[in-house]
Ligand binder design. Sequence first.
Ligand code: AMP
Length: 544
Amino acid sequence: MKGLMMHFPLTVPSILEYGNRVFPSKQVVTLLPNGSLHRYAFADLYRRSRRLSEVLRLRWNIAPGDRIATFAWNQYQHLELYYAIPGAGAVCHPLNIRLSVSQIAWIINDAQDKVIFIDASLVPVFEKVIPMLDHVPDFVIINADKDFKAGFRFMHYEDLELDTPATQDWVAADEDDACGMCYTTGTTGEPKGVLYSHRSTYLHAMSIMSPNAFNISMHDTALLIVPQFHVMAWGFPYVCILAGANMIMPSSHLQSQAIVQLIQQEKVTIANGVPAIWLQVLDYLKKNPPAEKLTLREFFVGGSAVPESLLQGFDELFGIRGVHAWGMTETSPLGTISRLQPHHERLSPDAQRKIRSKQGIEMPAVELRLIKEDGTIAARDGETTGEFEIRGAWVAGRYYNSEAHSDQAFVDGWFKTGDVGTIDPDGYMLITDRKKDLIKSGGEWISSIALETALVAHPSIKEACVIAVPDAKWAERPLACIVIEDGTTVSPDDLKTFLKGSFASFQVPDQYVVMQEIPKTSVGKLNKKALRKLYQEGELKPVK
Ligand code: AMP
Protein backbone atom coordinates (compact mmCIF):
# COMPACT_ATOMS: atom_id res chain seq x y z
CA MET A 1 0.00 0.00 0.00
CA LYS A 2 1.32 3.46 -0.90
CA GLY A 3 1.38 6.24 1.67
CA LEU A 4 -1.19 8.94 1.18
CA MET A 5 1.07 11.94 1.42
CA MET A 6 1.25 14.85 -1.02
CA HIS A 7 3.88 14.78 -3.70
CA PHE A 8 5.91 17.93 -3.07
CA PRO A 9 8.78 18.04 -5.59
CA LEU A 10 12.09 18.90 -3.93
CA THR A 11 13.43 21.42 -6.44
CA VAL A 12 16.12 24.08 -6.39
CA PRO A 13 13.72 26.98 -7.12
CA SER A 14 11.59 25.87 -4.18
CA ILE A 15 14.63 26.48 -1.94
CA LEU A 16 14.68 30.11 -3.03
CA GLU A 17 10.89 30.39 -2.82
CA TYR A 18 11.23 29.35 0.84
CA GLY A 19 14.08 31.80 1.53
CA ASN A 20 12.07 34.62 -0.02
CA ARG A 21 8.94 33.80 1.97
CA VAL A 22 10.58 33.26 5.32
CA PHE A 23 13.88 35.17 5.33
CA PRO A 24 13.42 37.98 2.76
CA SER A 25 15.66 40.46 4.56
CA LYS A 26 18.60 38.12 5.19
CA GLN A 27 21.70 39.41 3.44
CA VAL A 28 24.04 38.43 0.63
CA VAL A 29 27.23 40.49 0.82
CA THR A 30 29.82 40.29 -1.97
CA LEU A 31 33.32 41.74 -1.93
CA LEU A 32 33.56 42.18 -5.69
CA PRO A 33 36.80 41.63 -7.62
CA ASN A 34 37.24 45.43 -7.92
CA GLY A 35 37.18 45.73 -4.10
CA SER A 36 33.72 47.29 -3.80
CA LEU A 37 31.15 45.82 -1.44
CA HIS A 38 27.74 44.80 -2.82
CA ARG A 39 24.87 44.08 -0.44
CA TYR A 40 21.37 42.95 -1.04
CA ALA A 41 18.68 40.82 0.58
CA PHE A 42 17.38 37.31 -0.15
CA ALA A 43 14.26 39.05 -1.59
CA ASP A 44 16.50 40.76 -4.19
CA LEU A 45 18.28 37.52 -4.98
CA TYR A 46 14.86 35.93 -5.49
CA ARG A 47 13.47 38.73 -7.66
CA ARG A 48 16.53 38.94 -9.92
CA SER A 49 16.97 35.15 -10.21
CA ARG A 50 13.37 34.72 -11.31
CA ARG A 51 13.80 37.41 -13.91
CA LEU A 52 17.13 35.91 -15.06
CA SER A 53 15.45 32.54 -15.41
CA GLU A 54 12.87 34.14 -17.69
CA VAL A 55 15.55 36.02 -19.67
CA LEU A 56 17.41 32.73 -20.27
CA ARG A 57 14.30 31.26 -21.84
CA LEU A 58 13.33 34.35 -23.83
CA ARG A 59 16.77 35.29 -25.12
CA TRP A 60 18.45 31.93 -25.62
CA ASN A 61 15.50 29.67 -26.05
CA ILE A 62 16.85 27.39 -23.34
CA ALA A 63 15.29 23.95 -23.42
CA PRO A 64 15.04 21.57 -20.46
CA GLY A 65 18.36 19.87 -19.83
CA ASP A 66 20.51 22.42 -21.71
CA ARG A 67 23.81 23.10 -20.00
CA ILE A 68 24.72 26.67 -19.09
CA ALA A 69 28.20 27.28 -17.72
CA THR A 70 29.72 29.81 -15.37
CA PHE A 71 33.34 30.91 -15.11
CA ALA A 72 33.21 33.04 -12.02
CA TRP A 73 34.11 33.61 -8.37
CA ASN A 74 31.81 33.36 -5.37
CA GLN A 75 29.69 36.43 -6.02
CA TYR A 76 26.03 37.40 -5.94
CA GLN A 77 25.60 37.12 -9.72
CA HIS A 78 26.87 33.54 -9.51
CA LEU A 79 24.18 32.82 -6.89
CA GLU A 80 21.57 34.28 -9.23
CA LEU A 81 22.75 31.86 -11.91
CA TYR A 82 22.67 28.96 -9.42
CA TYR A 83 18.90 29.50 -9.09
CA ALA A 84 17.96 30.98 -12.47
CA ILE A 85 19.48 28.16 -14.54
CA PRO A 86 17.68 25.24 -12.83
CA GLY A 87 14.64 27.53 -12.62
CA ALA A 88 14.65 27.59 -16.42
CA GLY A 89 14.82 23.79 -16.48
CA ALA A 90 18.51 23.86 -17.45
CA VAL A 91 21.70 22.58 -15.79
CA CYS A 92 24.03 24.98 -13.96
CA HIS A 93 27.58 24.02 -14.82
CA PRO A 94 30.28 25.93 -12.91
CA LEU A 95 33.67 25.59 -14.63
CA ASN A 96 36.80 25.27 -12.51
CA ILE A 97 38.78 28.43 -13.27
CA ARG A 98 42.00 26.86 -11.95
CA LEU A 99 42.31 24.13 -14.57
CA SER A 100 44.57 24.37 -17.59
CA VAL A 101 43.15 25.98 -20.71
CA SER A 102 42.98 22.65 -22.54
CA GLN A 103 41.17 20.94 -19.64
CA ILE A 104 38.61 23.75 -19.50
CA ALA A 105 38.02 23.51 -23.27
CA TRP A 106 37.71 19.71 -23.05
CA ILE A 107 35.04 20.05 -20.35
CA ILE A 108 33.04 22.69 -22.25
CA ASN A 109 33.13 20.51 -25.37
CA ASP A 110 31.99 17.49 -23.40
CA ALA A 111 29.15 19.37 -21.70
CA GLN A 112 28.23 21.30 -24.88
CA ASP A 113 27.46 24.38 -22.81
CA LYS A 114 25.09 26.67 -24.69
CA VAL A 115 25.76 29.95 -22.87
CA ILE A 116 28.77 30.80 -20.67
CA PHE A 117 28.73 33.53 -18.00
CA ILE A 118 32.24 34.85 -17.31
CA ASP A 119 33.48 37.30 -14.70
CA ALA A 120 35.36 40.19 -16.35
CA SER A 121 38.47 39.53 -14.22
CA LEU A 122 38.73 36.03 -15.75
CA VAL A 123 38.34 37.01 -19.41
CA PRO A 124 42.13 36.90 -20.10
CA VAL A 125 42.15 33.17 -19.18
CA PHE A 126 38.98 32.46 -21.06
CA GLU A 127 40.20 34.09 -24.27
CA LYS A 128 42.73 31.24 -24.59
CA VAL A 129 39.96 28.64 -24.22
CA ILE A 130 37.78 29.93 -27.05
CA PRO A 131 39.91 28.78 -30.02
CA MET A 132 39.75 25.20 -28.64
CA LEU A 133 35.95 24.99 -28.55
CA ASP A 134 34.15 22.74 -31.01
CA HIS A 135 30.92 24.74 -30.84
CA VAL A 136 30.04 28.40 -30.49
CA PRO A 137 28.36 29.21 -27.17
CA ASP A 138 27.02 32.68 -26.38
CA PHE A 139 29.00 34.64 -23.84
CA VAL A 140 27.86 37.01 -21.12
CA ILE A 141 30.38 39.00 -19.09
CA ILE A 142 29.71 39.90 -15.48
CA ASN A 143 31.09 43.08 -13.85
CA ALA A 144 32.44 44.56 -17.11
CA ASP A 145 32.68 48.35 -17.48
CA LYS A 146 30.71 49.80 -20.36
CA ASP A 147 33.84 50.12 -22.53
CA PHE A 148 35.19 46.64 -21.65
CA LYS A 149 36.86 44.87 -24.59
CA ALA A 150 37.29 41.12 -25.10
CA GLY A 151 38.63 39.09 -28.02
CA PHE A 152 35.18 37.57 -28.59
CA ARG A 153 31.56 38.71 -28.94
CA PHE A 154 29.70 39.03 -25.67
CA MET A 155 26.90 40.78 -23.93
CA HIS A 156 26.94 42.49 -20.55
CA TYR A 157 25.27 40.75 -17.61
CA GLU A 158 24.13 44.17 -16.46
CA ASP A 159 22.26 44.63 -19.77
CA LEU A 160 19.98 41.66 -19.05
CA GLU A 161 17.71 44.09 -17.14
CA LEU A 162 17.32 41.89 -14.12
CA ASP A 163 15.56 44.59 -12.16
CA THR A 164 12.55 44.34 -14.47
CA PRO A 165 9.85 42.23 -12.74
CA ALA A 166 9.51 38.67 -14.05
CA THR A 167 6.20 37.70 -15.59
CA GLN A 168 6.83 33.97 -15.98
CA ASP A 169 7.10 31.44 -13.18
CA TRP A 170 9.96 28.95 -12.82
CA VAL A 171 9.83 25.95 -15.14
CA ALA A 172 8.18 23.13 -13.19
CA ALA A 173 10.93 20.53 -13.00
CA ASP A 174 10.64 16.93 -11.98
CA GLU A 175 12.66 16.47 -8.79
CA ASP A 176 14.79 13.83 -10.51
CA ASP A 177 15.76 16.22 -13.34
CA ALA A 178 19.34 17.47 -13.50
CA CYS A 179 19.94 20.90 -11.97
CA GLY A 180 23.72 21.14 -11.63
CA MET A 181 26.93 19.66 -12.92
CA CYS A 182 30.57 19.55 -11.83
CA TYR A 183 33.52 17.75 -13.38
CA THR A 184 36.02 15.78 -11.40
CA THR A 185 39.60 15.24 -12.51
CA GLY A 186 40.35 11.85 -14.08
CA THR A 187 43.51 9.85 -13.49
CA THR A 188 44.27 9.74 -17.18
CA GLY A 189 43.45 13.40 -17.68
CA GLU A 190 39.89 12.86 -18.88
CA PRO A 191 37.54 14.63 -16.45
CA LYS A 192 34.21 13.04 -15.57
CA GLY A 193 30.92 14.93 -15.28
CA VAL A 194 28.68 14.48 -12.24
CA LEU A 195 25.08 15.49 -12.79
CA TYR A 196 23.20 16.49 -9.62
CA SER A 197 19.42 16.31 -9.46
CA HIS A 198 17.03 18.79 -7.85
CA ARG A 199 16.13 16.15 -5.31
CA SER A 200 19.70 15.19 -4.40
CA THR A 201 20.62 18.87 -4.07
CA TYR A 202 17.63 19.60 -1.84
CA LEU A 203 18.14 16.56 0.41
CA HIS A 204 21.87 17.26 0.71
CA ALA A 205 21.19 20.89 1.69
CA MET A 206 18.60 19.90 4.33
CA SER A 207 20.92 17.29 5.78
CA ILE A 208 24.06 19.38 6.02
CA MET A 209 22.06 21.98 7.96
CA SER A 210 21.52 19.53 10.84
CA PRO A 211 23.35 19.77 14.21
CA ASN A 212 25.39 16.61 13.66
CA ALA A 213 26.60 18.05 10.34
CA PHE A 214 27.33 21.77 9.76
CA ASN A 215 24.75 22.92 12.33
CA ILE A 216 23.62 26.01 10.41
CA SER A 217 20.72 28.22 11.50
CA MET A 218 19.19 31.65 11.00
CA HIS A 219 21.57 32.91 13.70
CA ASP A 220 24.56 32.31 11.43
CA THR A 221 26.49 34.39 8.95
CA ALA A 222 28.41 32.12 6.59
CA LEU A 223 31.56 32.96 4.66
CA LEU A 224 31.63 30.87 1.48
CA ILE A 225 35.31 30.34 0.78
CA VAL A 226 34.96 27.01 -1.07
CA PRO A 227 34.53 28.07 -4.69
CA GLN A 228 31.17 27.70 -6.37
CA PHE A 229 33.01 25.60 -8.98
CA HIS A 230 34.05 23.01 -6.35
CA VAL A 231 31.12 20.65 -5.81
CA MET A 232 28.63 23.53 -5.82
CA ALA A 233 30.50 25.26 -2.95
CA TRP A 234 29.73 22.19 -0.78
CA GLY A 235 26.00 23.00 -1.00
CA PHE A 236 26.33 26.31 0.88
CA PRO A 237 24.44 28.41 -1.69
CA TYR A 238 21.41 26.17 -0.99
CA VAL A 239 21.73 25.44 2.72
CA CYS A 240 22.20 29.11 3.67
CA ILE A 241 18.90 29.98 2.00
CA LEU A 242 17.08 27.10 3.72
CA ALA A 243 18.62 27.99 7.10
CA GLY A 244 18.23 31.75 6.72
CA ALA A 245 21.96 32.32 7.24
CA ASN A 246 23.50 35.50 5.78
CA MET A 247 25.96 34.74 2.98
CA ILE A 248 29.31 36.50 2.61
CA MET A 249 30.87 36.02 -0.82
CA PRO A 250 34.60 36.87 -1.09
CA SER A 251 34.93 36.59 -4.92
CA SER A 252 38.65 36.77 -5.76
CA HIS A 253 39.70 38.02 -2.29
CA LEU A 254 41.02 34.77 -0.88
CA GLN A 255 44.17 36.05 0.83
CA SER A 256 44.21 35.53 4.62
CA GLN A 257 44.08 39.25 5.38
CA ALA A 258 40.93 39.72 3.27
CA ILE A 259 39.31 36.64 4.81
CA VAL A 260 40.01 37.81 8.37
CA GLN A 261 38.78 41.31 7.53
CA LEU A 262 35.53 39.93 6.14
CA ILE A 263 35.06 37.77 9.25
CA GLN A 264 35.53 40.81 11.47
CA GLN A 265 33.54 43.30 9.43
CA GLU A 266 30.53 41.03 8.71
CA LYS A 267 30.60 39.15 12.04
CA VAL A 268 30.94 35.80 10.32
CA THR A 269 30.10 32.79 12.52
CA ILE A 270 30.87 29.86 10.16
CA ALA A 271 32.99 29.34 7.04
CA ASN A 272 34.16 26.52 4.80
CA GLY A 273 37.51 25.92 3.11
CA VAL A 274 40.28 23.44 2.31
CA PRO A 275 43.15 22.90 4.80
CA ALA A 276 45.53 25.08 2.74
CA ILE A 277 43.26 28.11 3.30
CA TRP A 278 42.90 27.51 7.05
CA LEU A 279 46.64 26.89 7.50
CA GLN A 280 47.30 30.29 5.96
CA VAL A 281 44.59 31.99 8.02
CA LEU A 282 46.03 30.43 11.20
CA ASP A 283 49.49 31.66 10.31
CA TYR A 284 48.15 35.15 9.59
CA LEU A 285 46.22 35.26 12.87
CA LYS A 286 49.31 34.20 14.82
CA LYS A 287 51.26 37.06 13.27
CA ASN A 288 48.38 39.55 13.52
CA PRO A 289 46.42 38.62 16.65
CA PRO A 290 42.94 40.21 16.52
CA ALA A 291 42.21 42.83 19.20
CA GLU A 292 38.83 41.21 19.91
CA LYS A 293 37.84 37.54 19.86
CA LEU A 294 36.63 36.63 16.39
CA THR A 295 32.91 35.91 15.95
CA LEU A 296 33.85 32.79 13.96
CA ARG A 297 32.38 29.87 15.92
CA GLU A 298 33.34 26.97 13.67
CA PHE A 299 35.03 26.40 10.35
CA PHE A 300 34.44 23.37 8.15
CA VAL A 301 37.50 21.89 6.56
CA GLY A 302 37.89 19.08 4.05
CA GLY A 303 38.98 18.25 0.55
CA SER A 304 42.27 16.90 1.97
CA ALA A 305 43.18 15.41 5.33
CA VAL A 306 43.34 17.91 8.18
CA PRO A 307 46.50 18.05 10.28
CA GLU A 308 45.79 17.83 14.02
CA SER A 309 48.06 20.84 14.51
CA LEU A 310 45.61 22.97 12.53
CA LEU A 311 42.73 22.02 14.83
CA GLN A 312 44.96 22.53 17.88
CA GLY A 313 46.16 25.98 16.77
CA PHE A 314 42.62 27.27 16.31
CA ASP A 315 41.36 25.56 19.52
CA GLU A 316 44.07 26.82 21.80
CA LEU A 317 44.95 30.22 20.39
CA PHE A 318 41.60 31.50 19.16
CA GLY A 319 38.84 29.29 20.67
CA ILE A 320 37.56 28.40 17.19
CA ARG A 321 36.55 24.84 16.40
CA GLY A 322 37.63 23.25 13.13
CA VAL A 323 35.21 20.55 11.98
CA HIS A 324 36.68 18.00 9.58
CA ALA A 325 34.54 16.54 6.80
CA TRP A 326 35.09 14.21 3.86
CA GLY A 327 33.38 14.08 0.52
CA MET A 328 33.78 13.99 -3.21
CA THR A 329 32.35 15.63 -6.32
CA GLU A 330 30.42 12.38 -6.74
CA THR A 331 28.91 12.67 -3.24
CA SER A 332 27.56 16.26 -3.46
CA PRO A 333 29.97 16.39 -1.44
CA LEU A 334 29.19 15.61 2.20
CA GLY A 335 29.77 11.93 2.99
CA THR A 336 31.17 12.01 6.53
CA ILE A 337 31.82 14.56 9.23
CA SER A 338 33.87 14.34 12.38
CA ARG A 339 32.09 15.66 15.43
CA LEU A 340 32.68 14.14 18.84
CA GLN A 341 30.07 11.92 20.43
CA PRO A 342 29.10 12.42 24.10
CA HIS A 343 31.24 9.52 25.30
CA HIS A 344 34.32 11.17 23.78
CA GLU A 345 33.95 14.21 25.97
CA ARG A 346 35.80 12.67 28.91
CA LEU A 347 38.91 12.24 26.76
CA SER A 348 41.83 14.67 26.89
CA PRO A 349 41.85 17.48 24.29
CA ASP A 350 44.66 15.67 22.43
CA ALA A 351 42.76 12.38 22.35
CA GLN A 352 39.66 14.25 21.19
CA ARG A 353 41.65 15.87 18.40
CA LYS A 354 42.81 12.43 17.25
CA ILE A 355 39.15 11.62 16.64
CA ARG A 356 38.31 15.04 15.20
CA SER A 357 41.11 14.71 12.68
CA LYS A 358 39.60 11.48 11.33
CA GLN A 359 37.21 11.93 8.42
CA GLY A 360 34.19 11.18 10.59
CA ILE A 361 30.91 9.31 10.58
CA GLU A 362 28.48 8.86 7.72
CA MET A 363 25.65 11.29 7.16
CA PRO A 364 22.14 9.85 7.40
CA ALA A 365 20.94 8.61 3.97
CA VAL A 366 24.54 7.71 3.10
CA GLU A 367 26.12 4.29 3.60
CA LEU A 368 29.80 3.46 3.63
CA ARG A 369 31.46 0.09 3.46
CA LEU A 370 35.06 -1.04 3.32
CA ILE A 371 36.11 -3.59 0.71
CA LYS A 372 39.29 -5.62 1.25
CA GLU A 373 41.62 -6.61 -1.57
CA ASP A 374 39.99 -10.06 -1.73
CA GLY A 375 36.61 -8.38 -2.40
CA THR A 376 35.09 -9.14 1.00
CA ILE A 377 33.73 -6.55 3.42
CA ALA A 378 36.18 -5.45 6.09
CA ALA A 379 35.21 -5.30 9.76
CA ARG A 380 34.63 -1.91 11.35
CA ASP A 381 37.43 -2.55 13.83
CA GLY A 382 39.66 0.46 13.18
CA GLU A 383 42.40 -1.88 11.94
CA THR A 384 41.32 -3.73 8.82
CA THR A 385 42.09 -1.71 5.73
CA GLY A 386 40.04 -1.55 2.55
CA GLU A 387 38.70 0.73 -0.15
CA PHE A 388 35.68 2.82 0.81
CA GLU A 389 32.53 2.30 -1.20
CA ILE A 390 29.55 4.56 -0.77
CA ARG A 391 25.90 4.81 -1.76
CA GLY A 392 23.19 7.22 -0.77
CA ALA A 393 20.54 9.80 -1.58
CA TRP A 394 23.06 12.34 -2.94
CA VAL A 395 25.69 9.98 -4.36
CA ALA A 396 26.11 9.82 -8.16
CA GLY A 397 24.87 6.66 -9.87
CA ARG A 398 26.70 7.19 -13.21
CA TYR A 399 28.95 9.75 -14.87
CA TYR A 400 27.64 12.03 -17.61
CA ASN A 401 28.58 10.89 -21.08
CA SER A 402 31.15 8.38 -19.87
CA GLU A 403 30.11 4.74 -20.00
CA ALA A 404 33.59 3.30 -19.55
CA HIS A 405 34.39 5.33 -16.44
CA SER A 406 30.90 4.66 -15.08
CA ASP A 407 31.22 0.90 -15.52
CA GLN A 408 34.48 0.95 -13.57
CA ALA A 409 33.37 3.20 -10.74
CA PHE A 410 29.76 2.18 -10.10
CA VAL A 411 29.35 -1.50 -9.35
CA ASP A 412 26.34 -3.29 -7.77
CA GLY A 413 24.78 -0.01 -6.64
CA TRP A 414 27.93 1.20 -4.87
CA PHE A 415 30.42 3.86 -5.89
CA LYS A 416 34.10 2.98 -5.51
CA THR A 417 35.75 6.04 -3.96
CA GLY A 418 39.40 5.13 -4.57
CA ASP A 419 40.09 6.19 -0.95
CA VAL A 420 41.63 3.59 1.32
CA GLY A 421 41.52 3.33 5.11
CA THR A 422 39.67 1.99 8.13
CA ILE A 423 36.40 2.45 10.01
CA ASP A 424 36.58 2.21 13.80
CA PRO A 425 33.93 0.62 16.05
CA ASP A 426 32.38 4.07 16.66
CA GLY A 427 31.95 4.40 12.88
CA TYR A 428 34.73 6.96 12.22
CA MET A 429 36.33 6.76 8.81
CA LEU A 430 40.08 7.25 8.62
CA ILE A 431 41.72 7.67 5.23
CA THR A 432 45.25 6.32 5.10
CA ASP A 433 45.92 6.07 1.37
CA ARG A 434 44.50 6.70 -2.09
CA LYS A 435 44.09 4.14 -4.85
CA LYS A 436 43.59 6.71 -7.58
CA ASP A 437 46.76 7.99 -9.12
CA LEU A 438 46.12 11.61 -8.30
CA ILE A 439 47.80 14.26 -6.19
CA LYS A 440 45.73 16.87 -4.37
CA SER A 441 47.49 20.18 -3.98
CA GLY A 442 45.69 23.08 -2.29
CA GLY A 443 42.34 21.45 -3.01
CA GLU A 444 43.02 20.95 -6.75
CA TRP A 445 43.89 17.70 -8.47
CA ILE A 446 47.03 16.83 -10.40
CA SER A 447 47.11 13.61 -12.44
CA SER A 448 50.43 11.84 -11.87
CA ILE A 449 49.83 9.67 -14.95
CA ALA A 450 49.31 12.75 -17.14
CA LEU A 451 52.57 14.22 -15.82
CA GLU A 452 54.46 10.96 -16.37
CA THR A 453 53.18 10.70 -19.96
CA ALA A 454 54.20 14.30 -20.63
CA LEU A 455 57.64 13.90 -19.03
CA VAL A 456 58.60 10.81 -21.04
CA ALA A 457 57.77 12.76 -24.20
CA HIS A 458 60.82 14.93 -23.41
CA PRO A 459 63.78 13.76 -25.56
CA SER A 460 66.14 13.52 -22.54
CA ILE A 461 63.83 11.46 -20.34
CA LYS A 462 63.80 7.68 -20.43
CA GLU A 463 61.46 6.99 -17.51
CA ALA A 464 59.34 9.13 -15.18
CA CYS A 465 57.30 8.43 -12.09
CA VAL A 466 55.43 11.11 -10.16
CA ILE A 467 54.40 10.68 -6.51
CA ALA A 468 52.62 12.87 -3.99
CA VAL A 469 54.83 14.16 -1.17
CA PRO A 470 53.51 15.94 1.93
CA ASP A 471 53.67 19.72 1.88
CA ALA A 472 53.03 22.00 4.86
CA LYS A 473 51.26 24.64 2.78
CA TRP A 474 49.48 22.74 -0.01
CA ALA A 475 48.89 19.36 1.73
CA GLU A 476 50.56 17.54 -1.18
CA ARG A 477 52.91 18.44 -4.03
CA PRO A 478 54.06 16.29 -6.96
CA LEU A 479 57.63 15.00 -6.92
CA ALA A 480 58.92 13.82 -10.31
CA CYS A 481 61.45 10.97 -10.28
CA ILE A 482 63.17 10.70 -13.65
CA VAL A 483 65.74 8.57 -15.45
CA ILE A 484 67.74 10.49 -18.02
CA GLU A 485 68.81 9.15 -21.43
CA ASP A 486 72.55 8.36 -21.57
CA GLY A 487 74.69 11.24 -22.76
CA THR A 488 72.01 13.90 -22.22
CA THR A 489 71.30 16.45 -19.48
CA VAL A 490 68.19 18.27 -18.41
CA SER A 491 67.53 20.79 -15.62
CA PRO A 492 64.42 21.28 -13.46
CA ASP A 493 63.93 24.65 -15.17
CA ASP A 494 63.95 22.98 -18.63
CA LEU A 495 61.32 20.52 -17.43
CA LYS A 496 59.14 23.18 -15.84
CA THR A 497 59.16 25.18 -19.09
CA PHE A 498 58.48 22.00 -21.06
CA LEU A 499 55.43 21.10 -18.90
CA LYS A 500 53.98 24.60 -18.62
CA GLY A 501 52.43 24.43 -22.08
CA SER A 502 50.13 21.52 -21.18
CA PHE A 503 49.52 21.96 -17.45
CA ALA A 504 48.20 24.69 -15.17
CA SER A 505 51.17 26.20 -13.33
CA PHE A 506 50.18 24.69 -9.94
CA GLN A 507 50.24 21.25 -11.59
CA VAL A 508 53.88 21.49 -12.67
CA PRO A 509 56.22 19.70 -10.20
CA ASP A 510 58.72 21.98 -8.50
CA GLN A 511 60.89 19.08 -7.23
CA TYR A 512 62.80 16.51 -9.31
CA VAL A 513 64.95 13.50 -8.46
CA VAL A 514 67.27 11.96 -11.03
CA MET A 515 67.56 8.18 -10.54
CA GLN A 516 69.50 5.37 -12.20
CA GLU A 517 66.34 3.33 -12.34
CA ILE A 518 62.73 3.60 -11.08
CA PRO A 519 61.81 0.71 -8.74
CA LYS A 520 59.29 -1.70 -10.30
CA THR A 521 56.70 -4.09 -8.86
CA SER A 522 56.79 -7.85 -9.52
CA VAL A 523 54.66 -7.28 -12.61
CA GLY A 524 56.93 -4.52 -13.91
CA LYS A 525 54.77 -1.51 -12.96
CA LEU A 526 56.26 1.68 -11.51
CA ASN A 527 56.46 1.01 -7.78
CA LYS A 528 55.09 4.17 -6.22
CA LYS A 529 54.86 2.59 -2.78
CA ALA A 530 58.60 1.90 -2.84
CA LEU A 531 59.32 5.44 -4.02
CA ARG A 532 57.17 6.93 -1.28
CA LYS A 533 59.04 4.81 1.28
CA LEU A 534 62.41 5.95 -0.09
CA TYR A 535 61.20 9.53 0.18
CA GLN A 536 60.03 9.06 3.79
CA GLU A 537 63.40 7.54 4.68
CA GLY A 538 65.18 10.56 3.22
CA GLU A 539 66.74 8.46 0.44
CA LEU A 540 65.49 10.69 -2.38
CA LYS A 541 67.23 14.04 -2.67
CA PRO A 542 65.05 16.33 -4.77
CA VAL A 543 66.43 19.33 -6.62
CA LYS A 544 64.33 22.36 -7.47
P1 AMP B 1 36.91 16.03 -5.15
O1 AMP B 1 36.07 15.15 -5.98
O2 AMP B 1 37.77 16.94 -5.92
O3 AMP B 1 36.07 16.75 -4.12
O4 AMP B 1 37.92 15.10 -4.35
C1 AMP B 1 37.48 14.06 -3.53
C2 AMP B 1 38.69 13.37 -2.94
O5 AMP B 1 39.44 14.28 -2.15
C3 AMP B 1 38.37 12.22 -2.02
O6 AMP B 1 38.10 11.03 -2.73
C4 AMP B 1 39.66 12.14 -1.21
O7 AMP B 1 40.70 11.47 -1.92
C5 AMP B 1 40.04 13.60 -1.06
N1 AMP B 1 39.46 14.14 0.18
C6 AMP B 1 38.35 14.88 0.31
N2 AMP B 1 38.13 15.19 1.60
C7 AMP B 1 39.14 14.62 2.31
C8 AMP B 1 39.46 14.56 3.69
N3 AMP B 1 38.74 15.18 4.59
N4 AMP B 1 40.57 13.85 4.03
C9 AMP B 1 41.32 13.22 3.12
N5 AMP B 1 41.06 13.24 1.80
C10 AMP B 1 39.98 13.94 1.39
